[in-house]
Design a protein around this ligand. Structure first.
Ligand code: BES
Ligand code: ZN
Ligand code: ZN
Length: 471
């Protein structure tokens, strides 16, 4: 154990006949095993047992049965361990011996905390662990896992930020400095430029607020860019969603500070792509607006003209995300990328269909399936959903090319996916990831997921880009 470490975190499995302690050169197995047996440790998934020792406590975290272990089980166990390490400054761990990337992600994401604007200091014994030393680690793998974890934490910080502090102008400024700090090119369109260039969806949604909308465009190109594949990322950036004139009920409206979760994931991902030097050309198109009722709000019955010319009849001003995304997708399509990946806290119907933790994935058949599978492979639950042909009737309007909402109760996640598909350019492989539930945890902490912002689907997006870069 390194000199300054105050504790050692080790994984334990649930064996056929009791505890199964993986061997390691970093501690004396026989002694630790005897102590764990005495304390009744079983190795069950996410069980934490602390063994006092002269060199500082040994914290054993259960990973479940050895044969059932996968990266996600390890990530969750590491997250639970990290949450139990409050009050410690330096801790060493052998968790990385079972899978370095998952262990690092689990520890870093489990130790994440958001203090917001609390003015009192956190008592020493409740502070999250400051430093975790991964014994025997491979530096390159470790660095990549840290970049991923930092991207998730950045997205969480943005989503957790209240709308008093995060609104389109301030959000665009934060996005600009974060992107520029990482060598990326940024362009910001303000409300005047958006109106001038015909971004009718972003302008309509933003016009009810005194805090005008923005469109942020960020580009990353790898050094040898000759034949790198091209990906457009698009994310919903509603910094607060009151519903507008079609106003939402008061209960839980505070949670609508998280309605920019898709954009936060996209911003964090393009920065991670640059830091990881992925061999893929990425452009992020991020529409930002605050959806408010006001004297200048757009109204039900209005017809708006999107970037590119398609018109939408507004039936419900609370179906605002698709309106700003329509403009952004049309703009992103102009660059003719190979792939277009868009993510949004788009519908309550996503949670009705799939629950709070599983994202709904729609789009081009093969790419949709690939993205959903990739999500599951990194422990971000995701499921492919269809866009049935009858959605075209559900979303047709007597006075415009489309209407923005289907008044029926059925398939609300799917009709939203259908609507967005109308703005994707010909021949572009596209996917829409509805993260209404998964991006914001309204329950308690579990595994490496804290309450409130989760950072989903950042790890999915990074993994999809890594896959495309490796093609
Ligand atoms: N931002 C909401 C979706 C949402 C709801 C996200 C709850 C997270 C938690 C979105 O803008 C919205 O209000 N959608 C409407 C669409 C409807 C009017 C067609 C919805 O889902 O009710
Ligand atoms: Zn809404
Ligand atoms: Zn919304």
């Amino acid at each position: 154990m390194p000199q300054d470490a105050e504790a050692l975190v080790v994984p334990v499995f649930q064996g056929e006949d009791g505890l199964d302690l993986p061997e390691s050169e970093f501690f004396d197995g026989a002694t630790v095993r005897a102590a764990l047996d005495m304390l009744g440790a079983t190795g069950a998934a996410e069980e934490v047992t602390k063994v006092p020792a002269s060199t500082g406590p040994i914290v054993a975290v259960g990973v479940g049965k050895r044969d059932d272990m996968d990266a996600e089980k390890l990530r969750r166990a590491a997250g639970v361990a990290a949450r139990s390490l409050t009050g410690l400054k330096v801790v060493a761990t052998t968790l990385g011996e079972l899978g370095l990337a998952a262990a690092v992600e689990g520890i870093a994401l489990g130790a994440y905390t958001y203090r917001g604007l609390k003015t009192a200091d956190v008592p020493e014994d409740q502070q999250p662990v400051k430093k975790v030393v991964f014994l025997g680690k491979d530096q390159a793998l470790f660095d990549a896992a840290v970049i991923t974890a930092e991207a998730v934490a950045f997205a969480r910080d943005l989503v957790n930020a209240p709308s008093s502090h995060l609104f389109p102008e301030s959000y665009a400024a934060i996005a600009t400095s974060a992107a520029e700090d990482n060598g990326l090119t940024v362009e910001v369109l303000d409300d005047a430029a958006l109106a001038e260039q015909g971004f009718g969806g972003i302008v309509a949604v933003g016009q009810g607020s005194t805090r005008g909308p923005r469109l942020v465009r960020i580009s990353y190109a790898p050094e040898q860019l000759d034949d790198a594949p091209t990906v457009a990322l698009v994310g919903k950036g509603i910094t607060f969603d009151t519903g507008g004139v079609s106003i939402k009920p008061a209960a839980n409206m505070d949670q609508m500070i998280s309605d920019m979760g898709g954009s936060a994931a996209v911003l964090a991902t393009i920065i991670a792509a640059a830091r990881l030097k992925l061999n893929v050309k990425v452009t992020a198109t991020i529409p930002m607006a605050e959806n408010m009722p006001g004297g200048n709000s757009y109204r039900p019955g209005d017809v708006i003209t999107h970037y590119g010319g398609t018109t939408s009849e507004i039936l419900n001003t609370d179906a605002e995300g698709r309106l700003i995304l329509a403009d952004a997708i049309a703009r992103a399509s102009e660059d003719n990328p190979d792939y277009l990946i868009e993510t949004a806290t788009l519908t309550g119907a996503q949670m009705v269909a799939l629950g709070l933790r599983t994202a709904g994935v729609m789009g081009s058949d093969a790419f949709r399936d690939r993205v959903a599978e990739t999500g599951r492979s990194v422990g971000e639950q995701a499921w492919a959903m269809p866009i049935p042909e009858e959605m075209s009737t559900a979303m047709s309007s007597p006075v415009a090319d489309l209407r923005n909402a289907d008044p029926s109760r059925w398939g609300g996640m799917l009709s939203a996916g259908y609507y967005l598909g109308n703005f994707v350019g010909e021949g572009i492989e596209w996917v829409h990831i509805d993260i209404a539930g998964p991006s914001f945890n309204t329950g308690g902490a579990h595994g490496y997921t804290p309450a409130r912002a989760t950072g989903a689907p950042v790890r999915t997006l990074i993994a999809v880009l890594e896959g495309i870069a490796g093609e």
